[in-house]
Design a binder for this molecule. Structure first.
Ligand code: MCA
Ligand code: AMP
Length: 505
């Protein structure tokens, strides 16, 4: 029996027929049956381009319904979908293509020339384009290609996608996600959050990460709901669309922006049944302010690229501000001693570890990293510090990993420090996250100049421009005579965070 996740989606597409799958504000619409047909054509184009089952298809394109159909086409013909942040620079893309060795790279039409160059340097044999208006060479090929009307048989543990997450050493790791990982989580979330064919998701997240791609789109497909695809988060548009929507999924920045808006009222949100938050901590204040202004308790959940969603506040029952709720059905968690992995008594703070059918099978071509984080007993070490309260709700209280989360995007300080340190005049640097009213944490650099070097903030920022995606670039750069270190010689980032804590307040 095949366990291709597309089998389940195809059944839904047949059942839902002419019902909306994806619509856009400019009047474009794909019914479910269109998704069945266009995914066959795109899958046919992939096959014609030489993509075989198990091959990676790297995709860096702007958000569009066709980009989701490409993801579905890839599942359908047994390919491995590899979405890339549209903010990544050519330098960053070179690494991903070199590491994942995709059979095809799909880029934005305007980026073709640069993409060809990068693909050539990384040995990627084919480059095609996909634009936001159903344009680009891939769609043209799909028109001509013999449709792939079947569904490639896949085993549970065959790869469906690889999503890169940055590593603490500065090298990104490709999380290998299987058909079982994605399918089990989507089915669980559909149930837990009561998704149905009646739902209309206001989709304002990017579609190159777990949140917007798998949580948003896979759950929609599982339930046969519809999605309104917005290019990005825009509060004006959200207020216009809420009377026709039922669910919003967002990072905390969405909600901090909405609560500051005078239009946020019970009337404005009357048609909505659910607001979900995740990817970064939602403050208790935002949760409470949102409830006070609308009567809706935001449902906060916790997940990771490597695990999909793990913990969630309940649909029925108390949604506790400042907590991420309880394990989803089928997911186990434990809070352990960071060194020994021995479980700690309830109430104590320790390392959060996760096990379940949602947990990935390892990092692409990094067996040692995999062994460090995915234990022999199947638990995955998240790097997040957590504790369970008396009612069984889990609180994420900090991170054991050196990671900054800015507006829901992960930034690994090491990666930014490495690029800053290449700049002439820099002796060393430390990158930290500081409380930021809009992004939750603001990426900030502290730089020590070489003796006699006359380096200024703008020069550091200019150096990073074009080398790192915008969201990784520091919002501020400070200079210090030296970096505080402990007796082991490790930079004391806590000291730095304290010193600059009011920067964005
Ligand atoms: C934009 N900028 C940012 C960010 N976004 N800087 C830092 N962090 C960011 N997240 C830059 C812009 O380039 C711009 O720079 C300036 O900040 C202001 O942009 P603005 O228009 O205000 O931003 P925006 O376009 O409204 O975007 C903010 C956003 C967006 C809506 C929060 O970043 C977003 O959609 N984030 C969602 C990320 C996400 O999907 N994460 C899920 C990962 P300049 O003015 O200099 O040009 S999946 C995950 O984490 C796990 C699995 C999970 O649990 O979900
Ligand atoms: P990513 O690597 O992009 O998948 O990001 C996963 C990380 O996001 C987790 O390890 C957490 O640090 C963070 N995260 C996700 N959801 C939450 C949440 N609700 N509260 C706090 N942190 C979260």
């Amino acid at each position: 029996m095949s366990h291709n996740l597309f089998e389940t989606f195809a059944a839904r597409m047949r059942d839902r027929g002419t019902a909306d799958f994806i619509t856009t504000r400019d009047g474009r619409r794909y019914a479910y049956r269109d998704a069945l047909e266009v995914s066959a054509r795109l899958a046919g184009a992939l096959v014609a381009l030489g993509v075989s089952p198990g091959d990676r298809v790297a995709v860096q394109v702007d958000k569009s319904p066709e980009a989701i159909l490409l993801y579905l086409a890839c599942l359908r013909m047994g390919g491995v979908y590899l979405p890339l942040n549209t903010g990544y620079t050519a330098d960053e893309i070179r690494y991903f293509l070199g590491d994942a060795e995709p059979a095809l790279f799909v880029c934005r039409p305007a980026a073709l020339e640069e993409a060809r160059k990068v693909a050539g340097e990384s040995g990627c044999p084919a480059v095609e384009t996909l634009g936001v208006d159903a344009d680009g060479s891939l769609m043209a090929r799909a028109e001509r290609a013999e449709p792939f009307t079947g569904i490639e048989p896949r085993a549970h543990d065959d790869l469906a996608a690889i999503l890169y997450t940055s590593g603490t050493t500065g090298r990104s790791k490709g999380a290998m996600l299987t058909h079982r990982n994605l399918g089990s989580n989507a089915a669980t979330l559909k149930q837990a959050w009561r998704f149905s064919a009646e739902d209309r998701l206001i989709h304002a997240l990017p579609i190159f990460h777990t949140h917007g791609l798998f949580v948003g789109c896979n759950v929609t497909l599982m339930a046969g709901s519809s999605m309104l695809f917005l290019p990005k988060f825009d509060a004006d548009v959200i207020f216009e669309e809420m009377p026709r929507g039922t669910v919003l999924m967002g990072v905390p920045t969405f909600y901090t922006r909405l609560v500051q808006d005078a239009r946020l009222t019970p009337e404005a949100t009357a048609n909505m049944r659910l607001f979900v938050s995740g990817s970064a901590p939602l403050t208790a204040e935002t949760h409470q302010a949102f409830a006070q202004k609308t009567g809706h308790a935001i449902l906060e959940r916790y997940g990771m690229t490597e695990t999909n969603m793990n913990l969630s506040n309940p649909y029925d029952g108390e949604r506790r501000a400042g907590t991420v709720g309880k394990p989803l059905p089928g997911v186990e968690y434990r809070i352990t001693d960071r060194e020994t992995h021995a479980p700690l008594p309830p109430g104590e703070i320790g390392m959060l570890e996760i096990r379940g059918p949602n947990v990935f099978i390892g990092y692409w071509r990094m067996p040692e990293k995999t062994r460090e984080e995915l234990l022999d007993d199947g638990f995955f070490v998240t790097g997040d510090l957590a504790m369970t309260d008396e009612q069984g709700y889990v609180h994420i209280v900090g991170r054991d990993k050196d990671l900054v989360i800015s507006g829901g995007y992960n930034v690994y300080p090491k990666e930014v420090e490495q690029v800053i340190d290449e700049l002439e005049g820099v002796m060393e640097s430390a990158v930290i996250g500081l409380p930021h009213p809009d992004f939750g944490e603001g990426v900030t650099a502290v730089v020590v100049r070489q003796p006699g070097a006359a380096l200024e903030e703008q020069q550091v920022l200019d150096h990073l421009e074009g080398r790192l995606a915008k969201y990784k670039q520091p919002k501020r750069v400070f200079f210090a005579d030296s970096l505080p270190r402990n007796t082991m010689g490790k930079v004391q980032k806590n000291e730095l965070r304290k010193r600059y804590q009011d920067t964005y307040r």
